[in-house]
Design a protein around this ligand. Sequence first.
Ligand code: 1CP
Length: 333
Amino acid sequence: MTPIQDILINNKTTNSPIWLMRQAGRYLPEFRNIRSQNPNFINLCLNETLSSEITLQPIERFNLDAAIIFSDILMLPFGLNQKVDFKKDFGPQLGNLNLEEMSKLDEIDFIEKLYPIYKSIKKVSQSKIMINKDLIGFVGAPWTLLVYMINKISPKKELVSSFFKDEFLINKLLNIIEKFLKIHINEQIKSGATIIQIFDSWAGLLNEKDIPNYIYIPTLNIVNHIKSLSIPVICFPRNIKNYKEFCEIVKPDAINIDYNVNPSKIVNELNLPIQGGLDPKILLSDKENLKKNTLKYLDIFKDHPYIFNLGHGVLPETDPNMVDYLVKTVKDY
Ligand code: 1CP
């Protein structure tokens, strides 16, 4: 059993495995080299040779316990034939929604469109370097995907006031998202993903009254689907108002906390494995400060099943030497 599975399944507290959100990508020179020759981000995700190579880049460099597949949560709307572009210094830009066409979309066509992702997962999982390590497949949560598909650009800080005006559209779209998320998850698992992480990056945008309908119920459906396949699931409902309530209702196998969560408080409130928390900006400071903050998390969680990770993704300006120092600090603990 891998160190991470030991925590997720047996709730072990004696080891401290580590992987990092956004560990594959932007801050690594070897990634930037590939990226500079591949201006189209979607095509890069669909190039199984390069995407499997990028997935393994951080594993070659650092003593991490898991790889996360190089892909994006917006490959789902892409698979549903909504146009998705990644613009430099702007972020994602989606095209118009054609709900009628989307509701008629055939499962086989969706799988075929995303097939290189699954081939890339298979390739990574067969790599020798992955022995005793997990391969994390992932999806966006239904709510976060709904936000991008309707808003068409990153909502950054708030939703447009008209967001909820067409309830028919929202409910119909949520059904489609849920159906194809399950298919996308099935294919990732069949190809070799050993854990699924659900990213709900915009969970913090909702008022309390809307959280059950847009977060708890749709996420629970996905979590239960993953559990039915006997694969552990980690949820990251970033900036959600109430992590405790989320865990009691959705019951993932582990919860990733963001960097605004007070670790000493949450450790007493949650009785499931916890992942993450460290502010990625700490990696931009110095080694002494990094060590101090890393040890703080390790000390607080030393008697709790804990997977070391960050409270959001590795920032592009991070020095890879700092990541190396972080991994070593955790491994030496
Ligand atoms: O320009 C580039 O080089 C592309 C930058 C990039 C990368 C490296 C994007 C664009 N996506 C990714 C990969 C990615 N995205 C991974 C795999 C790599 C890894 O984690 O190591 C993962 C897990 C994601 C997940 C993702 N994509 C999330 C959830 C996590 C989070 O950061 O909150 C979200 C919201 C996205 C959408 C997305 N993809 C890319 C951008 C610029 C955005 C928009 C972010 C925003 O709205 O501000």
